[in-house]
Design a protein around this ligand. Structure first.
Ligand code: HEC
Length: 116
């Protein structure tokens, strides 16, 4: 019984630490670009530009891609295609990101998609 209680406490502690790790005001270079480097630039970078879209720089991320509408609308994550794809889980195609990563990008857009 004690072991179960200990494990539950540990899980709870881990869950809490995780949610605290989502920065409320993420930095593009420190928090956002590293996430894109891990799972997006292979298809949206120097080698391939799927959807005419690059995620290897902030300028690329702000771009329009396959239609004339910018993929990031500062302050409006829900209207930003970049966030929509992550939230729907359709990007990356290998499977949806965990909530923390999606929230980091959402917060970055919500705070104005700063070049920081
Ligand atoms: C295996 C290749 C692949 C990977 C990895 C990938 N994408 Fe894509 N992405 C595509 C393809 C192909 C398209 C164009 C077709 C479409 O719109 O679904 C696309 C389109 C998009 C678009 C729409 C671009 C536009 O303006 O039409 C966004 C936004 C996007 N991807 C975001 C991401 C993000 C964010 C990641 C990383 C989390 C990612 N993608 C990883 C293949 C990939």
């Amino acid at each position: 019984m004690r072991l179960i209680a200990f494990c539950l406490a540990l899980l709870l502690a881990l869950a809490c630490t995780e949610s605290e790790q989502v920065p409320s005001d993420p930095s593009y270079s420190g928090d956002v670009q590293p996430l894109f480097n891990m799972s997006c630039v292979g298809c949206h970078g120097s080698a391939q530009q799927n959807g005419s879209y690059r995620l290897d720089s902030r300028t690329g991320a702000m771009g329009e891609g396959s239609d004339p509408i910018p993929n990031v609308i500062p302050g409006k994550p829900d209207s930003s295609k970049l966030y929509q794809r992550l939230d729907l889980g359709t990007m990356p195609p290998s499977g949806p990101w965990d909530e923390m990563k999606v929230q980091t990008v959402k917060n970055w857009i919500a705070k104005g998609a700063n070049d920081n």
